[in-house]
Design a protein around this ligand. Structure first.
Ligand code: ADP
Ligand code: MG
Length: 686
């Protein structure tokens, strides 16, 4: 239960004055559903204004506050023209206050002819006339404006204005209580950081790097604490030691020798499994690095030890693909593998459930369905999770309640994550890396092409399809622009369908699962020749014949994501080609990025580069999965402060593992504040 003193912060935004139904949508769009979110909606930047006695004192381009007297209103000559109010300053200089569209209504009300007004805005020139376009403020006295010469600029959504957000922030700060200090006093002193509430107030009031750092540190500390609590909890739990005797693994007849990296990872996993504590391990490796075989070996160890294993995939199609692969590979071992998805109903489902319960099924592959309430296992000892970042830590904790003892978990991801961020995202796990590709892989031929040449690309695609191959067409989908992006993908799909007929299928995140699956199945089965998709996950299946991929607006993806995408291009006999379409003229860094995609196939190098170029958001999978990791800390702060926060958290847990001391209690508040309260829930069990 959340401590009462945090209740004012978790009240809904609708409880603030002046928030009616009209604002619900824009506030939601910004993620501001509770008072807590509003206090943490920190300004993007600040505008510094200068009060001037008259326009002679001001420079063009400067943000000013000046007293003006309107002398004439000029309505536009046509529909699209601006509405202008001519006004004079104290010296008689004339200036135009210019309004477009409906803003002219406000102008009529706020600027009556002959009455002095204080106006704040940016001084510009239009021809030989000075002007201010859409003044930020118009006031009847100087008092209100002079107090706000430094003004925060917040990110907005349609339907919100700066003054409105500023007002909601002010109200929310009023409600924010003082909270006890959770940061180690030494760290606080050393950085000269203000207390939590002061830091919030200051961060909204002006450019206070110390306050911003403190708030970022809080977020990082909450994250580290929660992850360390998971790890500590895990150490306390008893797991089932799994000691395989090799009898099943020796029967595998893999058509290839394992790579050194695969052997090393299997060794690391086997050691973990033999321990009496549940394994928490991440297997990280590029697409095609051979994670499936590693997972299979791990699951066979569990079966050799007399237990069961489950493999969880993010989509039904992927589950089916894993199932087919594992069944083929494991055929010589005689292990009984089953597939269970949400689609299985009736008899088939009953028989699988029975098999899991009586132990006649050794390994089950499936979607979330394998962990639903009705599913019981005789002895589930290992859970393999494909693409971990789509299941949060909290969900994973739920999964682990299916075994008699806590099952071992092996998470697999193809997202290359640089070392700095591994700590932030997977701090509670050990990591095994497949940093060596199976031999004989050809690098994927990657080309960067301007979007203006799209017709040529479509003709190339036509030849590719005519020669019997399949292809992907990927459109970006970024959460902030979800609706527009889906519309764009649908338009592209319509155009391609016009050209290629109904061999083109579309898959995007908002499609009903049945439709999505049906489309994917047509593509995997080879009936559809071109797949238009918006998300990385949809491109997660292996289709050997799809040897061409076109990625539209490539500059909107992160490098690591592009790399992950292109890894999906089939490795059939035809040459694998990835075309990156870039729109318009790119800035220097944009070009450099994309150029790098041609030069290197090294996912980790690309991920490090991403980090430098555009921050960690994409890497942490936030943009595409909607699972925001850090909202306050930026990349620079993560790099500077995360190691300190991690040490701070470790010390605190060493001294006060139950978080019962004075600082421990404060740290609990912090966990709730950042909604890492699953960390607190673990404390209760321990
Ligand atoms: P990942 O899941 O990491 O993307 P997969 O496990 O699907 O990669 O493996 C990709 C392909 O490489 C599969 O066809 C697999 O059989 C093959 N493969 C795996 N390990 C090796 C190896 N050591 N040598 C050659 N081929 C391998
Ligand atoms: Mg895979």
């Amino acid at each position: 239960m959340r401590p009462d003193r945090l209740n004012p912060l978790f009240a809904e935004t609708a409880s603030l004055e002046g928030v009616g139904p009209k604002l619900t949508k824009p506030l939601e769009k910004l993620g501001l559903t509770r008072v807590r979110d509003v206090v943490y909606h920190l300004p993007d930047r600040f505008v510094q204004r200068r009060a001037v006695a008259d326009l002679d004192e001001a420079r063009e381009g400067e943000q000013i506050v000046v007293a003006l007297t309107p002398v004439e209103h000029r309505a536009p000559r046509n529909d699209r023209g601006p509405y202008r109010v001519l006004a004079k300053d104290a010296k008689g200089n004339t200036l135009a206050l210019t309004y477009f569209g409906r803003a002219s209504y406000t102008a009529k009300k706020q600027l009556p002819v002959g009455e002095k007004r204080w106006v704040a805005g940016r001084l510009d020139r239009y021809g030989d006339m000075l002007q201010i376009v859409h003044p930020d403020h118009v006031a009847t006295s100087s008092a209100g404006l002079m107090g706000h010469l430094l003004e925060p600029v917040y990110s907005l959504a349609e339907g919100l204005t700066q003054p409105k957000v500023a007002d909601l922030v002010a109200q929310s700060l009023e409600r924010a209580p003082e909270l006890p200090e959770w940061i180690e006093p030494g760290v606080l002193d050393k950085h000269k950081w203000p207390a939590w509430r002061d830091a919030l107030v200051l961060a909204h009031r002006g450019d206070h790097p110390l306050s911003r750092d403190r708030l970022a540190y809080d977020e990082l500390l909450a994250n580290s604490l929660a992850l360390l609590l998971v790890r500590a909890d895990n150490r306390r739990r008893r797991g089932q030691p799994l000691q395989g005797d090799g009898r099943l693994r020796s029967k595998l007849s893999l058509p290839f020798p394992l790579t050194g990296a695969q052997r090393r990872s299997i060794g690391e996993i086997a050691r973990d499994l033999a321990r009496p504590h549940p394994m928490l391990r991440l297997l990280q490796g590029d697409v095609g690095s051979g994670k499936t075989v590693v997972a299979l070996e791990a699951m066979l160890i569990a079966v050799e030890a007399g237990a069961q294993a489950a493999m969880l995939a993010p989509t039904e199609i992927l589950a089916r693909q894993h199932y087919e692969t594992l069944r083929q590979l494991a055929a010589p071992t005689g292990v009984n593998i089953a597939l269970l998805t949400g689609r299985d109903t009736g008899r088939a489902r009953e028989s699988i459930l029975l098999g899991l319960l009586d132990g006649s099924i050794d390994v089950v592959v499936g979607t979330h369905a394998i962990f639903q309430g009705a599913v019981s296992y005789r002895d589930l000892a290992l859970v393999v999770i494909d693409e971990q970042h789509r299941f949060g830590v909290s969900q994973r904790l739920l999964l682990t309640q299916k075994g008699k003892l806590t099952p071992h978990t092996l998470s697999m991801t193809a997202t290359p994550i640089p070392r700095t961020l591994v700590l932030a995202q997977y701090g509670e796990m050990e990591v095994s890396k497949l940093d060596e590709m199976p031999p004989g892989r050809q690098p994927i031929d990657t080309r960067v092409i301007a979007a203006e040449r799209l017709p040529e690309v479509v003709e190339g695609l036509a030849r590719h399809i005519a020669s019997g191959h399949q292809a992907y067409w990927v459109c970006p989908m970024v959460r902030e622009h979800e609706t527009e992006d889906i519309a764009a993908a649908e338009a592209r799909f319509a155009a391609l369908r016009h050209r290629f007929g109904d061999t083109v299928v579309l898959v995007h995140g908002q499609l009903k699962p049945e439709l999505k699956d049906a489309a994917m199945e047509r593509f995997v089965g080879g009936d559809a020749r071109l797949l238009v998709a918006t998300t990385v996950i949809e491109v997660g299946v292996d289709v050997p014949d799809a040897t061409l991929m076109v990625i539209e607006q490539a500059e909107r993806f992160g490098l690591a994501q592009l790399h992950q995408l292109r890894g999906r291009v089939g490795r059939g006999r035809a040459k694998s080609v990835c075309l990156l379409l870039r729109s318009g003229e790119l800035s220097g860094t944009g070009k450099h990025r994309l150029a790098l995609m041609r030069e290197t196939q090294d996912g980790f190098r690309l991920a490090e580069e991403d980090l430098v170029l555009r921050g960690g958001g994409e890497l942490l999978g936030t943009r595409q999965s909607g699972d925001t990791h850090f909202r306050i800390a930026d990349l620079d702060q993560i790099q500077r402060l995360l190691p300190i926060a991690h040490d701070d958290a470790r010390l605190l847990i060493e001294r006060d593992g139950g978080l019962t001391g004075e600082r421990g209690e404060a740290a609990r508040l912090l966990l709730y504040l950042f909604e890492r309260d699953w960390g607190v829930q673990l404390l209760r069990g321990g």
